[in-house]
Each structure stands twice: as C-alpha cells, then as structure tokens.
Design a protein around this ligand. Structure first.
Ligand SMILES: Cc1cc2nc3c(=O)[nH]c(=O)nc-3n(C[C@H](O)[C@H](O)[C@H](O)COP(=O)(O)OP(=O)(O)OC[C@H]3O[C@@H](n4cnc5c(N)ncnc54)[C@H](O)[C@@H]3O)c2cc1C
Length: 387
C-alpha cells in the first residue's frame, strides 16, 4: 500500500520506525507496561526530544502542523511496539492540541500550544462518569456553577487516563440544566488536576496498564474563566472534529497492533516445531496467520481512507465510525489468533501477544462501543435513532 503514501509520508514513517526500533523496542515497551500505573515519563521525554509531540500542533504555535495521515502513521508506528505510546502522545494531541487549536482563545493557544509542541505539557480527557460512558450526556452529574471570575465544579469522572501526570484535563461538565436537548448546556474546561478539591483514586484496567487511569472526584473545584474552552454551553457541538481526530488515532493504534501481531506470529511459527515440522508448515496454522494478514490489510485500507477523507475535507463520519468498528474487531480477533498460534507463549507475559490482545480489546468498547457505533451507522443510513 506504499502508493497511498506520498514520499514525505514514507520518509516520516521510515524515520519514526527506526526511532521506535532504537528507542522503544518491544522489550522496553514490555517493561514500561509491567511497571503499572507509574507512567513512563522517560518515554514521553524521548518523544519530546525527537519532536514527536509537535506533530499535530499548528506551525504558527511551534508545531509541525501535520495532516491526519501523518498522525495516523505516528499512531501506527508507536502501537506496533506499545499501543499505550499512542496515548502518551495522542491524548495531549487530540484533547489538547486539536481542541485548543480549534476552539481555544488566542491567549490559550499562545499559552498551551507551544508547550504541547515542546513536550512540556500533558492533557487528558475527563468525559466518562461512573454512571456511564456511552450515554455520557444522560449519565453526567458533574456540574459547573458560574461564580465571580470563574466556575465551581462538582462531580465524579471515571477512567481519567494519566490524570496523575497531566497538567490539564479537558473536562466536560453541565453548566445549564434548563435545556431541551441534553447535548445543550455542557461546557469544556481545562482543569488543573492539582487544583484544591481534586482527588484521584487509581483503577486497575486489563490493558494500557502503563498509562494509569483514575476515578477523579471534584469537590468545589474552582476553574477560572480563562480556562473555559470555546463557547459555554455549546461544547457538544464543537467536539466533533476532536472526536474524529481521536477515532483516526484509534484506527492507527489498531493497525499498529496488527502489525505487531503479524510479525510476532510469523516469527514464532517460523521457528517453533511440532511433530518434526515447523508450526508454520501446518495448514491450520497457516490459515490463522493468513487471517491475521487479511485483518491487517483491511484495517490498513480503511485507516488510510479515513485519514485521506479527513485531509481532503470530505465527510468522515461513516469512514471513521465504520472504520473504528472494523479496526477494533480485527485487532482484537487478530491478537486472539496470535495467542492461538503461539499457544502458552502467546499467553505469557514474557511475550507481547497477550498485551496486544489486552490493548486491542479495549478498542471494541472505547472510546465509543461498537454497538453504539453501529447505531450511528444505521441512523446515517436513514433508520430511526435507536438510542
Ligand atoms: C482503560 C480505559 C481508559 C479510558 N480512558 C478514558 C479517558 O481518558 N477519559 C474518558 O473520559 N473516558 C475514558 N474511558 C472510558 C471509556 O470511554 C468508556 O469505558 C466507554 O465510553 C464505554 O462506557 P462505559 O464503560 O460506561 O460502558 P456503558 O456505557 O455502561 O456501556 C456498556 C455496554 O453496553 C452496551 N451499550 C451501551 N449503550 C448502548 C446502546 N445505545 N446500544 C447498544 N449497546 C449499548 C455496549 O455493549 C457497551 O459496551 C476509558 C476506559 C478504559 C477502560
């Protein structure tokens, strides 16, 4: 599929691939994940030194202003070694660079975007609540009340990834209950998690372990007026490009996971022997490996197409929504087959296959679950809204 990439995209990919092989090879990735919720700051810093936090930041604020295809490539190459690396860069990129770049004030852009580009700042996202992440607006109990000079926030957010090392949380809170549609009356804030009244409790997820993810309680937390992002009350309508950016990174993550799965499965079945033959000589094993390659091929195609549409300014809704379903289901099924052909070794923490599976499994229900994504596809096809 090289022809889908320009010479510049190929050069970017090749440079990043050698960076990952040199700086974040799979044994380093494995150790970072095994360290649990400590967060691999050293890996964040490696990306900073190499300039990869600047990828999506607009050039006028010190970034590279890269297109969506470049961001997709970055996610893919990082995920080939460690899917969590995508979010070590990508969380700040889509939640910070994208949202501040699109809806921030000039002062916010000047304050935050150069810091993001330099790798001096981390941003995460606080949308989901204990009451639910799919019906995020219906479940939302977090409120922000206007006071002199700012807002007072109360509520609880769940699964706030890397909140313990973040400088700002892109927080969604209800600022007006008196609305006809629940998508109205919600506002985005850049909340400092070190503010008085914020407390974090570590959660223990199956995958993406190295990032750390938290239950975050907010008790009378003051957020100044200049930390509101965009127009108060209209956050939900603004967020579409940010969520599209996130979906493209998910597509890159799934493609990268499948790259890792395929190369590890191939390497294993090419050397391991059973009944006097290499595993890779057995037809059933070959079919499993072929199915992984087919999944990778389809995922790569849909991922490139989604990024191409985004860069061409075309409607991306179906491409990213259907793409997210295809990519996450292929990545989880591909990693599952990878475990199958590697047997006990695939299930062992000595190898990466089980980690690929754990990380891929998340993508089937997050950031949006595949049932809800199918609802959205059906609605776009003209069927009645089912939720
Ligand atoms: C490791 C990890 C990291 C995360 N990081 C973040 C983060 O940084 N910030 C953040 O805000 N959130 C984060 N999340 C939250 C994530 O986005 C949610 O888990 C996801 O949106 C699903 O919400 P839920 O878990 O509340 O499931 P629910 O909303 O309770 O849904 C459960 C299941 O019900 C089904 N379902 C729900 N609604 C429908 C429907 N309308 N039609 C059909 N089926 C339906 C689906 O099968 C769904 O998987 C993270 C989650 C995890 C596990």
């Amino acid at each position: 599929m090289e022809h889908l990439l320009s010479p510049e995209h190929r050069a970017f990919r090749d440079e990043l691939r050698s960076f990952v092989e040199r700086e974040i090879p799979k044994n380093v990735a494995r150790a970072a994940e095994a360290a649990g919720p400590d967060y691999p700051l050293h890996l964040f810093d490696k990306l900073a030194r190499a300039g990869y936090h600047a990828t999506a930041v607009p050039t006028e604020y010190g970034g590279h202003g890269a297109d969506m295809l470049t961001q997709l490539i970055q996610a893919r190459e990082l995920a080939r070694s460690l899917a969590g690396m995508v979010w070590i860069w990508g969380m700040t990129s889509f939640a910070g660079a994208n949202s501040i770049g699109l809806y921030g004030t000039e002062a916010q852009k000047r304050e935050f975007l150069p810091r993001i580009a330099r790798g001096d700042m981390r941003v995460t996202i606080g949308f989901t609540e204990p009451g639910g992440g799919t019906d995020v607006l219906g479940a939302m109990t977090t409120t922000a009340q206007k006071v002199s000079g700012g807002w007072v926030v109360n509520g609880v957010k769940k699964w706030c990834t890397s909140a313990h090392v973040s400088d700002r949380i892109l927080l969604l809170a209800r600022t007006d209950k008196d609305v006809q549609r629940k998508s109205d009356g919600v506002t985005l804030f850049l909340l400092d998690p070190k503010s008085e009244g914020v407390s974090l409790e570590a959660l223990s997820p199956l995958g993406m372990r190295g990032l750390g993810t938290f239950l975050m309680e907010l008790r009378d937390v003051f957020v100044p007026d200049d930390m509101v992002v965009g127009e108060p009350g209209r956050a939900w309508r603004m967020l579409l490009p940010t969520l599209t950016n996130e979906r493209v990174l998910v597509l890159g993550t799934c493609t990268g996971i499948l790259d890792g799965v395929l190369e590890d499965a191939l390497a294993y079945v090419s050397t391991r022997e059973a009944f006097g033959r290499r595993l890779g000589d057995l037809q059933a094993v070959q079919h499993h490996v072929a199915n992984i390659a087919i999944a990778q091929y389809q995922t790569e195609l849909i991922a490139y197409e989604a990024a191409r549409r985004a860069d061409a300014g075309e409607d991306t809704f179906m491409a990213v929504t259907m793409g997210k379903i295809i990519a996450s289901e292929h990545a989880a099924a591909g990693a599952d087959l990878g475990i199958q052909v590697m047997g006990g070794q695939g299930y062992s923490t000595e190898t990466d296959m089980q980690r690929y599976w754990r990380d891929a499994r998340l993508m089937r229900f997050s950031p949006v679950n595949n049932e809800m994504a199918r609802n959205l596809v059906a609605e776009r096809l003209g069927l009645a809204r089912s939720f």
